[in-house]
Design a protein around this ligand. Structure first.
Ligand code: 3PG
Length: 479
């Protein structure tokens, strides 16, 4: 018996009814008890769903070990509910956090509850059915059946699995959301290029997206964007053209970017996607700037439209490959740091269904990690390596054209810069190191093969750059 607690909103209702349909006994509780009455009298009428009108009653009704799913806003509300529930629970009972909690909170909660003999599961649900699960490992056998039965299924496999220790699950969910920000931003930029660059109408753009959805970009986000573009207001105008261009954010993309900075990993596309939302938020300032800052004179597009649209598809695909490459590099690094044993093929498989970034593309990522479990990056996988190479010419043409038009493409551009940086044996960090040593004596190392008696290999070297006019001399080294 499981009990969703907290919010009997759309997601809570779907979860309860889904579990009921799969043959589980469910107790619904909401602190606004009239919501329980309404739900039982309407949506849950005729089902086996039971109600509880107090925390005590809820805990009394549940079979041990109790499995309680919290569907409350991430943050203090989760702690408040845990504090209310804990006195009524017994050792071995399981609290499941179904919200988008920040992973350090999940690590803390797991430790706190385990010290009281309780088990904790962090399980954010971007779309119901469940797509993620992460927890006290001892909780898994008790809830595996419920979770996997109610999860989305792709090719007969449930999109729900054990991810890793303590906060690993919420960490992976956070990266999922960051990647979601990136995918959304890439689609928005493609729309902008088609609209402002090629001058297409929303209906034409919708048709392009519908076509793309049959190819390598086949995904939930491309599909809903086509639907959004076709949606008309009462006056026949595409509704999307009436939506204020200020994007909100609840924080999971920002957390991913912060985590990337903390880990020292170049997760540039998600970072740009977050900053693009920040820039969109400066609506009034942008309006003022648009009056005084001119862009390039817009030249009408003279090329072959069909080729351009194919190039754009390839640019979106290649940029997406970069974003997922970066996201998986981040998970790899953090797993190393925190001793998590992450199953990357399993993570990609979990994201294939029941979540916002679900796509055919994730099947290729699953295949890549199934082939090589410890793959350094997706770009070392044959399939993605070839795909990026094939996309490269069109991708460059799109970024170049957008720059000439003055249409901002932070996500497309940073993806291409990452690609060019990642494939560069030599980057200009020698200049940075020289500057750091010049102004701050931060030292540098010599390139292997270029060492000499004055530039010893493997040593931290400092030069007095001004004292000798830049000439190196033995007396200026401090190794
Ligand atoms: C959600 O939880 O709705 C999304 O996954 C992320 O939300 P955001 O775009 O508001 O941050």
């Amino acid at each position: 018996m499981a009990a969703p607690v907290g919010d009997i909103g759309l997601m809570g209702q779907n979860l309860i009814l889904n579990m009921n349909d799969k043959g589980f006994t469910v107790v619904a509780y909401n602190r606004t008890t009239s919501k329980v009455d309404n739900f039982l009298a309407n949506e849950a009428k005729g089902s086996k769903v039971q109600g509880a009108w107090s925390i005590e009653e809820l805990c009394a009704k549940l079979k041990r070990p109790r499995k309680i799913i919290l569907l409350v806003k991430a943050g203090s509300a989760v702690d408040d509910f845990i504090a209310q529930l804990s006195p009524h629970l017994e050792a071995g009972d399981i609290i499941i956090d179904g919200g988008n909690s920040h992973y350090p909170d999940s690590i803390r909660r797991t430790k706190e509850l385990e010290s009281k003999g309780l088990l904790f599961v962090g399980s954010g649900c971007p779309l119901w059915p469940l797509s993620h699960a992460r927890w006290s490992p001892a909780a898994w056998p008790h809830i595996k059946e419920i979770f996997q039965a109610t999860a989305a299924q792709v090719n007969g496999e449930p999109c729900c699995d054990w991810v890793g220790e303590t906060g690993a699950g919420h960490y992976v969910k956070m990266v999922h959301n960051g990647i979601e920000y990136g995918d959304m931003q890439l689609i928005a930029e493609a729309y902008d290029i088609l609209k402002r660059g090629l001058g297409l109408h929303e209906d034409e753009i919708a048709d392009i997206f519908t076509t793309w959805n049959k190819g390598v970009l086949d995904s939930f986000l491309i599909e809903i964007t086509a639907n959004i573009l076709k949606f008309k207001d009462d006056d026949g105008q595409p509704l999307v053209t009436k939506i204020l261009d200020k994007a909100g954010q609840k924080g999971t993309g920002k957390w991913t970017a912060i985590a990337a900075l903390d880990a020292g990993m170049p997760v540039t596309l998600i970072g740009e996607a977050v900053f693009a939302r920040c820039l969109s938020g400066l609506k009034e300032e942008r309006m003022r700037a648009s009056k005084v800052i001119a862009g390039p004179q817009k030249e009408p597009f003279k090329g072959e439209k069909k080729q351009f649209i194919d190039d754009l598809e390839q640019a979106l695909y290649a940029s997406k490959i970069m974003s997922y490459t970066q996201g998986f590099m981040l998970m790899r690094e953090t797993a190393k740091e925190l001793n998590w044993n992450l199953n990357y093929a399993g993570i990609a498989q979990m994201w294939r269904g029941g979540c916002i970034i679900k796509s055919v593309f994730l099947g290729d990522i699953t295949a890549a990690y199934n082939k090589t479990a410890n793959l350094e990056s997706l770009l070392f996988d044959d399939f993605f390596n070839k795909a990026a190479h094939k996309a490269q010419p069109g991708w460059r043409r799109i970024v170049a054209q957008a720059v000439l038009w003055g249409i901002p493409t932070p996500a497309f551009s940073t993806a291409l810069s990452f690609f060019d940086g990642y494939r560069s044996e030599v980057v200009p960090a020698n200049i940075l190191q020289a500057q750091r040593d010049y102004f701050g004596a931060h030292t540098f190392k010599v390139v292997p093969g270029k060492e000499n008696s004055k530039l010893p290999l493997g040593q931290d070297i400092h030069i007095n750059w001004t004292g000798r006019g830049g000439n190196v001399s033995a007396s200026t080294y401090s190794a």
